[in-house]
Design a binder for this molecule. Structure first.
Ligand SMILES: [Zn+2]
Length: 292
């Protein structure tokens, strides 16, 4: 069982769901149909991602502050050392996504930064629906590269979840998979003080961790992220937890409906991704001033 740092916080949805048309995600033109290869193409991995997915990846002069209806997004440019450290990890995980998935999520921009915060509170990542932007802090949580990998997928899933049907905070059919007595909490935002929030535990039947119990949106996002980064652990838990097993099937079905390329091949690639570099990454991690 991997421990997730107590200082880490998960973000909550920072932008209200007002005024954006749900569903019917039209594809836009991008130059490539396949994710970039780790070994081919431009020497700049971020440029390759940008080209392959038709997205902007901002690493210098990030556009802070960003105004949203619920608060200000602030941060600063990541230091070169942190960026160099984080980029291979980000490239590996993001390259798993089929370009069609990114198009249908309508993600336009990724901002790699430091000191990310929302409404004055530090965040590891922020999915900004209103601006089709995903903010990722390259430094916070650096002593757990596995956690940073999970954060990428967790936060991107929120964007997928929103673009799927315009609903994030409710999913009745999903909620009915839970035991009848189970009631979700009041959202991930109010769980950030709990040190055990992201520990993979067996304490909560039907859930991988405490954080998933805080809201249906976090339940799905956590499962999606862990299915990618920690597939073996999820499979092991699912074998003895019928609710969790049902959620795995439902999530994979939902993803396949949203993007047909999110098929068995995707899940196999995610499970077989070589993440052994985490062992050396953690030794060379950048310092996080907030915790070290
Ligand atoms: Zn979340």
């Amino acid at each position: 069982m991997a421990l997730f740092p107590r200082c880490m916080v998960k973000v909550w949805i920072s932008v209200p769901l007002v005024g954006i048309v749900p569903g019917a995600c039209a594809d836009v033109s991008v130059p490539a149909k396949e994710p970039p290869s780790v070994t081919n193409g431009s020497a700049d991995p971020l440029a390759r991602l940008s080209q392959s997915y038709g997205i902007e990846i901002i690493t210098t002069d990030p556009p802070f502050p960003v105004t949203t209806l619920h608060g200000m997004i602030t941060g600063k440019a990541a230091g070169q050392g942190a960026l160099d450290w984080y980029t291979p990890l980000f490239f590996q995980e993001f390259s798993l996504y089929p370009p069609t998935l990114v198009r249908r999520a309508r993600l336009n921009r990724v901002v790699l930064c430091e000191d990310l915060s929302f409404a004055g509170q530090r965040r590891n990542a922020i999915p900004d629906f209103a601006h089709d932007t995903l903010y990722l802090d390259t430094t916070r949580g650096a002593y757990s590269p596995e956690y940073l990998r999970t954060v990428i997928h967790h936060e991107f899933f929120h964007i997928i979840d929103y673009r799927d049907d315009g609903l994030v905070y409710s999913d009745h059919s999903w909620s009915t998979l839970n035991a009848s007595a189970m009631k979700y909490g009041d959202g991930g935002r109010n769980a950030q003080h709990r040190p055990e929030e992201s520990l993979l535990v067996t304490t909560y039947p039907g859930f991988l961790d405490y954080y998933g119990t805080t809201g249906v949106e976090e339940d799905k996002a956590e499962l999606f992220a862990h299915l990618i980064v920690r597939s073996s652990a999820v499979a092991a838990r699912s074998r003895s937890d019928s609710v969790l097993m049902a959620k795995v099937w439902r999530l994979k079905r939902l993803m396949g409906e949203f993007c047909p390329e999110m098929n068995d091949g995707f899940w196999k690639r995610a499970a077989s991704l070589d993440r052994r570099s985490d062992n050396t990454m953690v030794l060379n991690r950048p310092l996080d001033p907030s915790i070290e």
